[in-house]
Ligand binder design. Structure first.
Ligand code: AGP
Length: 365
């Protein structure tokens, strides 16, 4: 066991640190940056993508947040309406055209019963189905019309970390591929997204190198009553994922919100004992989010922010630098939140790789 953890005390920390390599594998041989093209080795019937009306993503937990990130990319890059649904809540729904809908299951394990159930309901309605998964030969791959593998390597810790990053990177490539096929994305715009993706492993490594700073922040705030995570646009799924990670492994109360929603209710919960962790990257409308963070600070809450490296917010109690990698900048910010969750849980001596009451793969509905 100790040998398998490669010198790390927990699989989770090992897997957080494996992210640059996992991302390199995810991207390997799939990008033609000069041409602005992606080769995911997937095919669709002729004309299917051109006529596509909607992409519906179905997933659970962390994979659902990867889906929320991706839906924004599909709309922006592929010019197609995209929505995300919690798999256990998914129904095909009225007013939709099955043969012009692509239902995409995002599932690390490929075995999550809720997600398989959603795919079966989509198939019954006549929709085309697709899976984004880490697991070769998993049940989902046998049920869908096409699959893209995220190639993150085995993930042992119950908390999903490197697979979230690789899922988002794979879905970003899929969004570029669909956008190019539909003629919705110019080669020059595709090129710039692909360059951002190429920069992702290095940017994540830069964040990992800041781990001592994150550990210090975790030690300073670990005994807080609750933790609130906020963001805007691509920062929202990252905030939600940050909160899930912290609650899952530390057992502390943590909630994620769209930053603009703070003033519509959650602000009543804010006290000097509830730190706010914010995704303040330029690509997630950091400046507007900072205004909401200031409202929480006025009520005494400490504020920690993941900030684009060329931006500064002097009033933050803690500021983490995020390298500028465009569309995937908020994904890089997420690595700080993973490390924060890990160190809070570690300080408390929690069972990090196997949190109470949870299973890696949830095979019951
Ligand atoms: C994430 O840390 C959780 N362990 C959990 O939310 C997980 O992402 C969810 O159960 C979905 O699993 P899947 O990706 O294998 O379908």
């Amino acid at each position: 066991d100790a040998a398998e953890k490669g010198g790390y005390e927990h699989y989770m920390r090992k897997e957080i640190h494996e992210q640059p390599e996992a991302l390199r594998q995810t991207l390997a041989g799939r990008l033609d940056v000069d041409a602005g093209n992606v080769d995911l080795d997937v095919s669709f019937p002729p004309g299917f993508l051109a006529d596509l009306e909607e992409i519906r993503i179905v997933a659970c937990g962390t994979s659902y947040y990867a889906g929320r990130y991706a839906a924004q990319l599909f709309e922006e890059l592929a010019g197609v309406r995209a929505s995300v649904e919690i798999a256990s809540e998914y129904e095909f729904g009225a007013g939709r055209t099955p043969d012009r809908t692509l239902v995409v299951a995002v599932t690390q394990s490929g075995e999550t019963a809720d997600t398989l159930g959603a795919i079966r309901r989509a198939k019954d309605a006549g929709a085309r189905t697709f899976a984004v998964t880490n697991t070769l030969g998993s049940t989902v791959t046998r049920e869908v019309d096409g699959t893209a593998f995220i190639r993150a390597g085995p993930e042992i810790g119950v908390a999903a970390t490197k697979t979230f990053a690789s899922q988002v990177a794979t879905l970003a490539m899929l969004a570029v591929a669909v956008g190019r096929d539909r003629g919705a994305l110019a080669a020059s715009d595709a090129r710039s997204v692909l360059e951002d993706l190429q920069g992702l492993p290095g940017a994540v490594q830069q964040v990992l190198d800041e781990e001592p700073q994150v550990r210090e922040a975790a030690q300073a705030y670990q005994d807080s009553e609750a933790f609130f995570f906020v963001g805007r646009a691509l920062g929202v799924p990252v905030a939600l994922e940050g909160a899930l990670k912290l609650k899952e492994i530390s057992y502390d109360h943590a909630e994620g919100f769209a930053a603009g929603e703070l003033k519509h209710g959650p602000l009543a919960l804010v006290t000097p004992d509830t730190p706010v962790l914010a995704v303040l990257t330029d690509r997630s409308r950091g400046r507007e989010t900072m205004n909401n963070v200031t409202e929480a600070q006025t009520r005494g809450a400490p504020a920690l922010g993941c900030v684009s490296e060329d931006t500064e917010y002097d009033t933050l109690d803690v500021s983490f630098d995020v390298p500028d990698v465009g569309t995937v900048e908020p994904l890089v910010a997420n690595v700080y939140l993973q490390l924060f969750a890990y160190h809070v849980a570690n300080e408390k001596g929690r069972s990090i790789d196997k949190p109470r009451n949870l299973a890696k793969s949830v095979t019951v509905e």
